[in-house]
Design a protein around this ligand. Structure first.
Ligand SMILES: *Cc1c(COP(=O)(O)O)cnc(C)c1O
Length: 387
């Protein structure tokens, strides 16, 4: 299979070769490698839940009570009470009738989309939607129509001009994973209502982040109840692993009986579910965590903007620094690493060609001195790059 080597060489020659860096986590914002410590600005652990002592204790307790693995798929092996409790509390949090857990957000998206949409349906999908949405659309065999990123006139035109004998779906990220901008859900819901389309929002980066208490983008726009399908992940703000869908009891019952990534996969591991439940309860008890997250994001965004670093006008904790060429983005990433800061260069295929960037993520538990050091280092490295 020499062609594999040839293909890898092509990837390398384009500066698109990727290798996972290996770090030992000391806390949710500090990592260690070969005796050096770094400050981490590349994690989606927005609320610092991964290293919260209560959350960790709950994860260990769940493994002790229910075992290290679930042992089988839920419909064949059965379930353990923690899963049902978490689903109940996620539904309350999302203000929906019910929810259903999957092993990851990726599996939730491919399972839900392929369960609901089929060849006679049309899916309208934002150009910058996450890969798991794209794969879900492919699996569903529905006709998929891509609209320009957040472009409501384009969506309107496509909804009007695309013939459809089945159902129409509009699917969008709530907060876009690589750009950190917010989908215009208010306009999307209006357009959907005018033609009877079903709205699905993927709140992987909005759950625990957007809206009062981090309830997500439907709540942020005051549209709870008008968004039919809400996807979430437990692997970002909840600091664990797992995905979920929230919506009406009817929707959840149907998905439970038809989504193949739910039916044919072993249930999520107890430790992850125990940790996620404790994280959810902590967020509900302490909604001001979300305010701290946004205050930290604001501090970094303003600092960078004042220094002339090109960032957009957004507000979320995902802060893309647009660079363009993959080679330059990698140079900047390495430069920052040498000053003790981990940020990730995001390159194709994660983003379109020519839009390579540094993607900085801020957490509620970053301390002020960590934030100011990051701003100063980025400022200096960015100036150097442009010399
Ligand atoms: C991260 C992410 C997912 C996948 O979630 P996992 O739980 O990590 O599999 C899905 N959709 C979006 C928008 C994401 O950012």
């Amino acid at each position: 299979m020499d062609w594999l080597q040839e293909k890898l060489e092509i990837i390398k020659s384009r500066n698109l070769y990727r290798r996972a860096a290996s770090y030992h986590a000391i806390s949710s914002t500090r990592v260690e490698n070969s005796g050096r410590t770094f400050c981490l600005f590349a994690s989606n652990d927005y609320l610092g839940m991964t290293h919260d002592p209560v959350v960790q204790q709950a994860a260990m307790q769940a493994a002790k009570l229910y075992g290290t693995g679930a042992g089988g798929a839920r419909l064949t092996t059965g379930t353990y009470p923690l899963l049902e409790q978490l689903e109940k509390e996620l539904a309350i949090f999302k203000e929906t009738q019910a929810s259903l857990l999957f092993n990851t957000g990726y599996m939730a998206n491919i399972g839900v989309i392929s369960s609901l949409a089929g060849p006679e349906d049309v899916i309208f999908s934002d150009q910058l939607n996450h890969a798991s949405i794209i794969d879900g659309c492919r699996l569903s065999r529905a006709k998929t129509v891509i609209y320009r990123h957040k472009d409501m006139e384009d969506l309107y035109r496509l909804l009007k001009d695309t013939p459809c004998t089945g159902n129409r779906f509009i699917i969008t990220d709530g907060v876009f994973s690589m750009d950190g901008d917010i989908a215009p859900l208010n306009y999307i819901v209006d357009l959907a209502q005018s033609c009877g389309a079903i709205v699905m929002v993927d709140d992987a980066h909005a759950t625990g982040v957007l809206g009062a208490g981090g309830k997500g983008s439907a709540s942020y726009f005051g549209l709870t109840g008008q968004v039919h399908i809400q996807i979430g992940t437990l692997s970002k703000a909840f600091g664990a692993e797992g995905g979920f869908v929230a919506g009406s009891s009817l929707l959840i019952e149907y998905i439970k009986n038809t989504a193949r990534s739910f039916i044919f996969s072993t249930a999520p591991a107890p430790a992850a579910m125990g940790g996620a439940l404790a994280a959810l309860r902590r967020l509900v008890a302490e909604p001001q965590l979300v305010e701290r997250l946004f205050a930290n994001a604001k501090y970094v965004r303003e600092g960078l903007r004042e220094a002339g670093v090109p960032i957009d006008t957004g507000t979320t904790p995902i802060i893309p620094i647009m660079i363009g060429e993959a080679e330059k983005a990698v140079w900047l990433m390495n430069k920052l690493k040498s000053s003790g800061i981990i940020v990730t260069a995001i390159r194709p295929p994660s983003v379109p060609d020519g839009t390579s960037r540094l993607r900085l993520t801020v957490s509620a538990v970053h301390e002020r001195n960590q934030l100011s050091k990051a701003v100063e280092s980025i400022k200096a490295a960015y100036r150097k790059m442009n010399k």
